[in-house]
Design a binder for this molecule. Structure first.
Ligand code: UD1
Ligand code: CA
Length: 430
């Protein structure tokens, strides 16, 4: 019988299940919104992590919720993921314990992740899992060698390099604080060993919480093997505990996307000021000028010029050889090839054909107070400076709308006609 690649992948990870801890309060964020729901690159931290886990081939995920549990559960509905409530926020070890009943009959290993470490890459998760399988250890933890370890738990090893314990910043000695290998907060545990030893963890006297990290020294004391996967970059290891961390993560994600687009042949005059969402696609030889924001699902063809100072929003497709110039906003629109929209324009819910010229300051009035309406501008039409097109309305092929005209709704302009005035009237038909 033939086996597809997908089936092979699935079978490889069928004895790995994932627990994501997302109950924490996010005190240092100073927020009323559960930390897991804060966004990075227009995507909630928790959603990003779930996508990464799923894309690495693990389909069974349980999320531990606590602070703002209803809100988090609401978001998770569409993922068909089980949630479990941690009633009192007694620390990361207690959070894992809360998930125990989900796995009573399960004989494989658990991948435990923190929702506030959302930048981990799929390849790193796979590396961690594969190391765990090969090592046969009770626990394999993800470690990162970093330049700035402050705030993180340090991985403490003995002279032969074996892991002895993880010590949290608050409990670390001066010597331990000098260690630059940190605990990223991603672990693979054999299920039985995890829950047996978890029960032995005692409350940390300083913070009054049960630390999952304390499990390491219990494993060590019992002679149970501990292994680690160390190939995690400092970037991926970033833990989001404050608004400052959140903006650092935002920048990392942003630069990852821009790098990927540049590799695909897109020029960025100033990558530092380009804000491009994950789902955006841009074809080669398009040039993005400074201060451009592109959000949601947007597709841009080849050889376009975008910006400076342009905002292109979701559900927009721009065909090749177009110019979207300064102070132009486009949303939910389709723009055909060779079309020029160079200055101070708003296009919302517009279908624009090929070779159209839209003059400075032209506006589609797409919203009538109740609903959004469509404007159609057919190929080779010319929209004069400052024209207002009140949707729903259609501008015919090769039609001309005079400067300052207001084309009122449903007063469609015939092909090749010229209209002027307020309200716009037909001046001549070719
Ligand atoms: C934790 C690790 C630390 C590591 C760092 C990486 C512990 C004790 N320490 O520290 O070694 O270097 O992450 O970023 O684990 N949570 C719950 N319920 C709780 C408490 C926490 O679900 O009662 C969740 C949080 O939502 C978060 C995760 O556990 O996703 C980690 O908790 P947090 O308080 O952020 O731990 P750190 O101090 O950052
Ligand atoms: Ca944290």
């Amino acid at each position: 019988m033939k086996t597809t690649r997908y089936e092979i992948r699935d079978r490889r990870y069928e004895n790995i299940r994932c627990v994501i801890l997302a109950a924490g309060l996010g005190t240092r964020m100073n927020t009323n919104l559960p930390k897991a729901l804060h966004k990075i690159g227009n995507e909630m931290m928790l959603e990003r992590l779930i996508e990464t886990v799923k894309s690495s081939g693990i389909s069974h995920i349980v999320v531990v919720v606590g602070y703002g549990s209803e809100q988090v559960e609401d978001i998770l509905k569409k993922y068909n993921i089980n949630t479990i409530r941690q009633n009192k926020l007694l620390g990361s070890a207690d959070a894992v314990k809360a998930a125990k009943r989900y796995f009573t009959k399960f004989t494989g290993s658990l991948l435990v992740l923190y929702t506030d470490t959302p930048l981990i890459r799929k390849a790193t998760l796979k590396g961690l899992i594969n190391r765990h399988r090969r090592s046969g250890a009770a626990c394999t933890l993800l470690a990162a060698d970093v330049n700035s370890p402050t705030g993180y738990g340090r991985v403490i090893r003995d002279s032969s390099g074996d892991i002895v314990k993880i010590v949290e910043e608050k409990d670390a000695t001066v010597h331990e604080k000098d260690m630059t290998q940190i605990n990223v907060g991603a672990y693979c545990f054999k299920r039985k060993e995890l829950f047996d030893v978890l029960a032995r963890i005692k409350k940390n006297p300083k913070k009054g919480e049960f630390y999952l990290t304390d499990i390491i020294k219990h494993f060590r004391d019992r002679g149970m093997p501990i292994s680690s996967y160390d190939k995690c970059s400092e970037e991926e290891a970033l833990g989001i505990n404050s608004r400052e961390d959140l903006s650092a993560a935002e920048k990392i994600i942003r630069m990852r996307k821009i790098k990927q687009l540049m590799e695909g042949g897109v020029t960025f005059i100033d990558p530092e000021t380009a804000y491009i969402d994950k789902k955006v696609k841009i074809a080669k030889d398009t040039v993005v000028y400074p201060s451009v924001v592109i959000q949601g699902e947007v597709i841009i063809g080849k050889n376009c010029r975008i910006g400076p100072f342009a905002k292109i929003r979701g559900k927009t497709e721009i065909d090749r050889n177009c110019v979207i110039g300064n102070f132009v906003e486009v949303v939910r629109s389709k723009i055909g090839e060779n079309t020029k929209v160079k200055h101070h324009v708003y296009l919302g819910d517009a279908y624009v054909g090929n070779d159209v010229n839209i003059g400075a300051g032209a506006i589609t009035a797409n919203y009538d107070g109740k609903r959004k309406n469509r404007t159609t501008i057919k190929s080779r039409a010319f929209i004069g400076v400052g024209a207002i097109l009140i949707a729903p309305v259609k501008i015919g092929e090769q039609a001309v709308v005079g400067a300052g005209s207001v084309v009122t709704k449903n007063k469609d302009v015939p092909d090749k006609a010229t209209v002027i005035g307020v309200p716009a009237r037909v001046l001549r038909k070719k």
